[in-house]
Design a protein around this ligand. Sequence first.
Ligand SMILES: [Zn+2]
Length: 299
Amino acid sequence: MKRRDFLKFLALLPAGFHTLPGLLNKFESRFTPLRNSVGMFSMQGGTIGWLTTDDAIVVIDSQFPDPAREFLNGIGQFGGGPEKVLFNTHHHGDHTGGNQVFKQANYHIIAHDNVPGLQRRSAVASETEDAQAYAQTTFDRMYELAVGNEKITAEYYGPAHTNGDSVIWFEQANIAHMGDLLFNRLYPFIDRDGGALITGWLELLETVHSMADSETLFIYGHGNPEFGVTGNRDDLLIKRDFLAEVLEYTQRGIQAGRSREEIIQTEQFDNFTDFISPSDFLSLPRNLDVAYRELTESD
Ligand SMILES: [Zn+2]
């Protein structure tokens, strides 16, 4: 990824945007309680999820050092016991950039097996190795954690947005944190160099949809400000349909003899006009380019 584009993307998705202005003023907070002591925190980067119990504080993703410090300064208002756990949904810098701050605060970091390696490779490429803290515990398919009355399950379903994505389920609260497996009504980043697979991603969305019910509340890494960073399982099928259209559109173009350059000219699909493109980095041409690679490269 081009770091400049990435930073532009972050700048264009200011945190707290999804929060109603009235609520933000009333609580003067970036913390949003959801249900059963599970909530979210938005400032800069992928949405943080959290759970507080008498025994523990469990956090999903760490944004960057400044928001991580702000989070740690404020989470105490919701209680929380001495055991401290941080899950990383995947390796991207806007989800792991605050890891060092959490580690210094005695959080134990957990992620899928592939996350530390992908994170290290990105850090080497961007010369940010000194700023990293890596998961101390990793897992293959699933990791379960019982905290108070809550059962938390981190589950890996195969390559999708990267090849190290987990969905974090809170069973009692009936909440699932999707990390970047759902960019809500905006063009997603599909990190092919980080092991992404569009076909895997759309299958994952179907699987997660079938595991949820109509009451399941989903937390998303990023969202179109108009639609926010929470929603229900219907959002997953919209994203599934979008990713299927990206692949089918590209396949039809290849079959019709169109070049890669022609195919990636398209900037919007008629059925997905509410998707926004905050930068070239998150755009339909970028998505089509990844689809073209997925359909034509043998690896
Ligand atoms: Zn990501």
